[in-house]
Design a binder for this molecule. Structure first.
Ligand code: AMP
Length: 193
């Protein structure tokens, strides 16, 4: 199965993508994770995206599209994948359509996690606190200032994807405010439907 998981920052995409990937035995492809690794490894891509990521801005389409195009060709993605954090713009969605179409493939489903904006800030700040409590370093964009930018980017650039996929009859929306296990069940039910 080829699935896209959509949702604002703090909606639980990462947590749910990992659970879903285990359940379906397909990889979770998180562009955020791939880019954070590139930043940590100080690769040429990492150096290009570091500042934008710290600010909470999106990185350029062509760069992230190239990263995904390469990743979905890897052997573990042959039977399917869950895209977590991609596409985030209509341009990226079109590029994804093209890259799948040239291989005679298509997406099976787009799952949207719906969470009220007021809840998101609390969740993100909590995630940062928990990371520090566990002796890890918090994400550099898990700050109030960067979250404001991330939400603005989501509203402006990513929310239009809801209409984009809805018009294709691919979108299923799930209440992301439920407990984690209930969201996971709802996602599986949506995929079965
Ligand atoms: P995430 O881990 O999905 O919250 O992504 C963290 C950051 O990585 C985002 O705020 C962007 O700076 C960058 N990023 C991840 N995925 C994308 C994407 N599809 N398009 C543009 N920027 C992205």
């Amino acid at each position: 199965m080829r699935i896209v998981l959509l949702g604002p920052p703090g909606s639980g995409k990462g947590t749910q993508a990992i659970r879903l990937a285990e359940h379906l035995a397909i990889p979770q492809l998180s562009t955020g994770d791939i880019l954070r690794c590139a930043v940590a490894a100080e690769t040429s891509i990492g150096k290009k995206v570091k500042t934008a990521m710290e600010r909470g801005e999106l990185v350029p389409d062509e760069l992230v599209v190239a990263v995904v195009a390469e990743r979905i060709l890897q052997a573990d993605a042959k039977t399917g994948f869950i895209l977590d954090g991609f596409p985030r713009t209509v341009g990226q969605a079109r590029a994804l359509d093209d890259m799948l179409r040239t291989r005679g493939l298509d997406l099976d489903c787009v799952l949207e996690l719906k969470v009220d904006e007021e809840v998101l800030l609390g969740r993100i700040l909590n995630r940062a606190k928990e990371a520090v409590g566990n002796g890890q370093s918090a994400r550099t964009d898990d700050t109030e200032e960067a979250l404001k930018v991330r939400l603005k980017e989501y509203r402006r650039q990513t929310e239009p994807l809801i209409d984009y996929y809805c018009a294709r009859g691919m979108l299923k929306s799930i209440d992301g405010l439920q407990p984690i296990a209930s969201v996971a069940t709802s996602l599986l039910e949506a995929l079965d439907a």
